[in-house]
Design a protein around this ligand. Structure first.
Ligand SMILES: [Fe+2]
Ligand SMILES: [Fe+2]
Length: 188
């Protein structure tokens, strides 16, 4: 397998997820009335766009250009969840997206063949995603007082199931794209 071609395509998927994740945070900013929420979301948005840039930078350092991902993670997710408009649903969606980012980056960081530069990027993002998850969970806990504990738990569970289905679909597409590109490179 051509590791460079593999990395460029995988990082393109990561990059796309970060960019679309930033779009989700922008939507949340439009719903956020209180100042502390605005502040956290502004930092969160800055982090996600930085993550998209860091993957772009890794791709460039490998001599590649980001691949256009027509049907990435957030598109699959959107088809399952629709476009939430309420704060509770937007926060629940953000929570499950952050959980997925952590899982993906942890899995990648644990691989034996990960290079030092990529590992440094993964570790930085892992720390940021942990902060994101912490504040989102804090806000969800606050919402329990307004919406009720059961409603918050049920909403989270619903989004978790939808996200799992969306991720499984995207993962199948991603694996297929990786097989195709590595086969092409090997044949050249
Ligand atoms: Fe991120
Ligand atoms: Fe994040």
């Amino acid at each position: 397998m051509d590791k460079k071609a593999y990395d460029i395509l995988l990082f393109s998927y990561y990059r796309e997820a970060e960019l679309r994740g930033a779009d989700l945070i922008l939507r949340l900013i439009n719903r956020a009335e209180n100042l502390s929420l605005q502040e956290k979301l502004t930092k969160h948005l800055a982090d996600e766009t930085n993550h998209a840039w860091l993957w772009t930078d890794r791709i460039r350092a490998l001599g590649g250009v980001p691949a256009r991902i027509a049907d990435g993670y957030h598109r699959h997710l959107r088809r399952k969840t629709g476009l939430p408009s309420h704060l509770l649903e937007l926060l629940a969606l953000t929570c499950v997206v952050e959980e997925r980012a952590q899982k993906r980056y942890d899995e990648h960081a644990s691989r034996p063949d990960v290079d030092a530069e990529t590992l440094a990027v993964l570790k930085l993002m892992r720390t940021d995603e942990e902060d994101h998850l912490a504040w989102v969970k804090e806000k969800l806990a606050e919402l329990e007082h307004i919406e009720g504990k059961d409603k918050v738990a049920a909403t989270l569970e619903r989004f978790r199931q939808l996200e799992e289905a969306a991720f499984a679909e995207m993962d199948a597409d991603e694996q297929q794209a990786i097989r195709e590109i590595t086969a092409t490179v090997t044949a050249e």
